[in-house]
Design a binder for this molecule. Sequence first.
Ligand code: ADP
Ligand code: ZN
Ligand code: ZN
Length: 737
Amino acid sequence: MTVSPTRDTSAASQSPPTVRIALNRPLRRLFDYQIPDHLPLQPGQRVSIPFGRQSATGLVVETGVEPPEGIHLKPVYSALESWPALPPETFRLLTWAADYYQHPLGECLFTALPPALRRGRPAMEKTDHWWRASGLTEALPGNARRQKALLEWLRQRPQGAAASAIVAAGFTREQIRALQQRQLIVETSPAPRQCAGPDDQAYPGPALSPAQLAAIKEVPGPDDGFSASLLFGITGSGKTELYLHYLKQQLDHSAQALVLVPEINLTPQTVSRFQRYFGDRIVVWHSALNDSERLATWLKIRNGEPVILIGTRSAVLLPFTGLGAIIVDEEHDSSYKQGEGFRYSGRDVAVYRAHLNQCPIILGSATPSLESYQNALSGKYRLVRLEERAGDAKPPAIKLLDIRSRPLEGGLSRPALQAIETCLKAGQQALVFVNRRGFAPVMMCFDCGHMVECPRCDTRLTYHRRDRAMRCHHCDYQTAATEHCPKCESDAFKPVGQGTERTEDILAAQFPDTPVVRVDRDSTQRKGSIQGILKQVNTGKPCVLVGTQMLAKGHDFPDVTLVVVVNADGGLFSIDFRAPEQLIQTLLQVSGRAGRGQNPGKVLVQTCHSDHPILRSLCQGHYLTLADQLLSEREAGLFPPFRAMAIFRAEADTMEKSLQLLDTLKPKASVSGIDVWGPLPALIARRADRHRAQLVLCCSNRKRLNQVLAHLCQELDQQKLPPGVKWMIDVDPQETG
Ligand code: ADP
Ligand code: ZN
Ligand code: ZN
């Protein structure tokens, strides 16, 4: 990391104390400033500083820095708080992560602040004024209808209401002010907050089963310091119930806990289950919060309130001061890895954080990542098994359905449709999994063979019939759908392959008396609409759910007894070394939605490759056996987790420029201990008109790789790049195509 002095032209006599500061910019550089008299500063503290011709918000990285000789530094303007916004443990965590992921320290540190604090706003909640009717009666002018309505509204609320609630009810701040001037309303103290849930003597929940009891006993408590447990619990085995009991039994009343989940909006049930046990102690963190909600939650955590935070990836970076336990649910989920900018893995950072705090971490999954499983095999993590379903439920039976010579309707074979019919007739629910949203993955002309491609990417356009559009799923391009081939005008222009919309149509036609519910990114776009969808499913009445991966994520649908996988073959022949692992995880997770209640579950997997070894072992249904096989393939190929991997990616307006940048990097990367592959164009070489290439580095020694990466990043950073050329580094990449 380089340091830039910030010259002050006004002369000073002797070297004043100096502080090193990080800014929220993508710069691998820190800045030195003079500390004005008597301003005590410590690492993690927010400061206001002159920067260029403006002022900026900075974070103190180091104090007591040796002042440079002969240069007069500019002084810090002021400290924004007298305390560090990033307490020591959070600060250490982020410094470690910046080094591990080779990302500029400033951007890493600022990720842990809510947007308001990044912008230099004060670290306090905006006070919400409370108003109540004063009791005076003065006739309002006839045209003040809304003021009258507001007054009436407040008269019905003897305790008064917060200004924010008044605005939320459709009134304006001007109306409040007008009534206040007439002295018809007065400010009052806020009513005590209502408890959202039960208090200490909370909800007991079901008693743990013998299998759950045996498992929970194996997880060390907070008194044992750092421990990492990989909870391998098959789908529906009651992992969530186990987390709840564990926290209830083990978490100190004054301690904080962090529960990471892949996507909170998809599983609102999880949050309400936690609230039933812990009431107001539960707080949430996810991307749908607005700025003031974020600030309020951030402050609670920073103030050390003993909250249990349920959050997505970035929650792991929040400024906890008393973490007593960490849980990572569905730890295999790829959404834990940030795909752009600061490309950290929430799961892996969580493990390091547990280590810093000397507290336990539980990584739970029915399909653990090969990384975590290998750590369990090597003894770094403790493997805790939970291999029975909770209650009376039994694991579903998985059957392959060879569809090579079968006629299909909307991708569904006769036996699959019959199975759905039988299921519905028995009063139960069915789930149909399709791995593509839209109507069909491509439109093709059966006369000239033309397929419609994205003009900006090397991909085909997906046909969305509901919106009569063709869309690129890799950039934001879309165009109106046509009925004729755009090339030869033929009307033999047809959708090819399956998307959720098409399957939905077929099912609706086949089962006209049964609701067909589609769940994918398009149907759940509106905030909160997944709740509405789930309501329909939660009635328990017969219905068919059709959807993408979204349906695989941790849902508990007790009345689903049949799962149909429309096509399992997508991941079988991919060049990405993670593809087989991800295919198996998805198939087992989707399968796991069947038979979670009273009735046994059944899974039908349609395939053209029913003799493929992966699919065959899938039917045995034992994940760890499959994981053992996959691990030995990874070991033979020297892939992660047996070696550390990082990818340099380059993008530019031509492929030549991208390859050229990586070509110059290659000899510098090819040092002892490092294996270098490439540079090669990425799998989708052109995306939104950017041409992308990559250089892969592997090394059996992670420390060594880290040193080499640091050196290469430094070099690239100092290099003057041709205009429009960009590079980025991805350590422990999820996608290698
Ligand atoms: P997982 O997180 O492993 O998928 P859940 O914790 O969601 O499993 O449990 C699956 C279902 O079984 C839920 O409906 C849950 O309420 C129920 N369940 C869990 N543990 C028990 C138990 N000990 N007794 C009865 N029902 C249970
Ligand atoms: Zn044509
Ligand atoms: Zn595109």
